[in-house]
Design a protein around this ligand. Structure first.
Ligand SMILES: *Cc1c(COP(=O)(O)O)cnc(C)c1O
Length: 469
């Protein structure tokens, strides 16, 4: 048995070393598409078992051509952290140790590591040290968790107990939110029974920031319990809502203020960007990700709630067969009971980078975003459509062409750039126009990677124009 185990695990290690060592030099795109991958994996339901080492070898062989280059240093699609090797190693241990991290008595190491990592996170992000932190799968569920606490608390203050009595017949809660909030926030609001069409949506400016005066008015005009939602880090421009003004308006209106800071909250860690998030510490809850800027592997977000009692009221669970503790119980702060021990990867990444390393990385990515923006904007007919304040760059191509032609050529250019694979950028439509969009957020990205990527993007654009696509 020991030999078999060594064979199984070392095969994975050997493969992973090769995959990571070659990540920078491989094309930054999958070789095969979804339909081709379906065909590769398609097989009848296995009746008999198979040797583990063979299964894993087959998985590696089949999956490899369909893997996205999300750990590559020139991958700028969406907002994708790099799954840092130290986080990956901690994540392997998490799986190997097989801890069900629900309960502090049952899994003391997993639970203690969460509590200590939570303290470090609050320190690095400079948020109220009394806040409680739930380790969840990502910012979507972090926002869901935070808004469940918000719902509990604003209704409790209005004399209603939603944990006991549900939401039917409860006093109506007004939710005030910016028009450009991330789609996952609207999703979380749907899960919580707030729907989509009943929200009070506030206009945003040309950077996608909430117009503070309108936000204040919407809060002031509302009656009854109120939840206010703002964001740190717009998904296209990287802009921050005017958080200090929003916080004071929320306080005046007696509203719970939640912040979606999936990646932007990490600006708090870098001295040259922290000013963007000024006032954020006045909020009541914050959602952020470990698997974006902290570079943990996927499945890692944090639900941070100032009012620990509201957090526990919304998420805590008791059952006669579960050990009861007075300590911090991981499952009291997240929607799930059984789950992996997410704290290990977080603990390892904070140890590996340190406060200084995180600050340096965030600053570097923001400077590299500016570098990329400058190189793109030097091309005639290319315009960066927002102020580059963080790590996001969104550019319009073909400003000298009619708009439909420009949009069509931009889409063709994105296809060319992705197909060539020197770097990966995606597209977005914002204010009705097709853009090329990049997020600099991989730990391994160098200035040389930025220069190579800028050249690849401009080559793709010129080729699309020349072909008249
Ligand atoms: C990524 C992101 C989310 C969603 O986070 P997940 O980790 O994908 O659940 C929410 N808001 C913003 C601004 C994001 O960038």
């Amino acid at each position: 048995m020991p030999d078999k185990l060594a064979d199984l695990f070392s095969r994975v290690v050997d493969h992973a070393i090769g995959a990571r060592d070659s990540a920078a030099s491989r094309p930054h795109r999958p070789e095969l598409d979804y339909a081709q991958m379906l065909a590769r994996f398609d097989a009848p339901t296995p009746e008999a078992g198979a040797a583990g080492a063979d299964v894993i070898a087959d998985l590696i062989e089949k999956a490899t051509p369909g893997l996205a280059a999300m750990t590559g240093p020139r991958f700028f699609g969406w907002v994708i952290g790099g799954s840092h090797p130290v986080g990956v190693a901690a994540d392997w241990l998490t799986s190997a140790w097989g801890q069900n991290a629900a309960n502090a008595i049952a899994t003391p190491a997993a639970s203690a590591v969460e509590e200590i990592s939570a303290r470090w996170l609050l320190d690095i992000l400079d948020l109220p040290r009394e806040a409680s932190v739930g380790f969840v799968s990502g910012a979507t569920i972090a926002t869901f968790t935070c808004l469940a606490a918000a719902r509990s608390e604003v209704l409790r203050r209005a004399g209603w107990d939603p944990e006991a009595d549900g939401v039917f017949g409860a006093p109506e809660v007004t939710v005030v939110i910016g028009e450009d909030a991330h789609s996952t926030v609207f999703q979380a609001l749907k899960y919580l029974g707030f729907g989509d069409t009943r929200l009070s949506r506030v206009a945003v400016d040309d950077q996608g920031r909430i117009v503070a005066s309108e936000f204040r008015r919407a809060l002031r005009d509302a009656r009854g319990p109120k939840i206010a939602i703002a964001q740190a880090g717009h998904i296209i421009s990287g802009a921050f809502d005017p958080l200090a003004e929003i916080a004071s308006a929320s306080q005046e209106a007696g509203a719970w203020l939640h912040i979606d800071g999936a990646f932007g909250l990490w600006a708090r860690a870098a001295s040259d960007r922290a000013h963007l998030a000024e006032g954020i510490e006045l909020a009541d809850s914050w959602a952020t990700d470990g698997h974006k800027w902290l570079q943990t592997p996927y499945d890692c977000g944090y639900a941070i709630v100032r009012d620990a009692a509201a957090h526990r009221r919304a998420m805590g669970m008791t059952a006669s067969y579960l050990p009861t503790v007075n300590d911090r119980n991981p499952s009291d702060l997240t929607p799930e009971l059984s789950r992996r021990a997410r704290g290990f990867a977080t603990w390892a990444m904070i140890r590996a980078l340190g406060r200084k390393g995180i600050a340096e990385m965030v600053s570097r990515h923001c400077a590299q975003a500016q570098r990329l923006a400058d190189k793109l904007a030097a091309e005639p007919g290319v315009e960066i459509v927002h102020d580059v304040v963080l790590n996001m760059v969104a550019a319009r191509f073909g400003t000298d062409l009619d708009e439909d032609t420009a949009d069509r050529l931009t889409r063709a250019a994105i296809e060319r750039i992705q197909a060539k694979g020197d770097c990966f950028v995606g597209g977005a439509t914002w204010r009705g126009r097709q853009l090329i969009r990049a997020s600099v957020i991989n730990y391994g990205t160098t200035d040389a990677d930025i220069d190579k990527s800028a050249a690849a993007i401009l080559d793709g654009w010129r080729a699309a124009v020349q072909a008249g696509e």
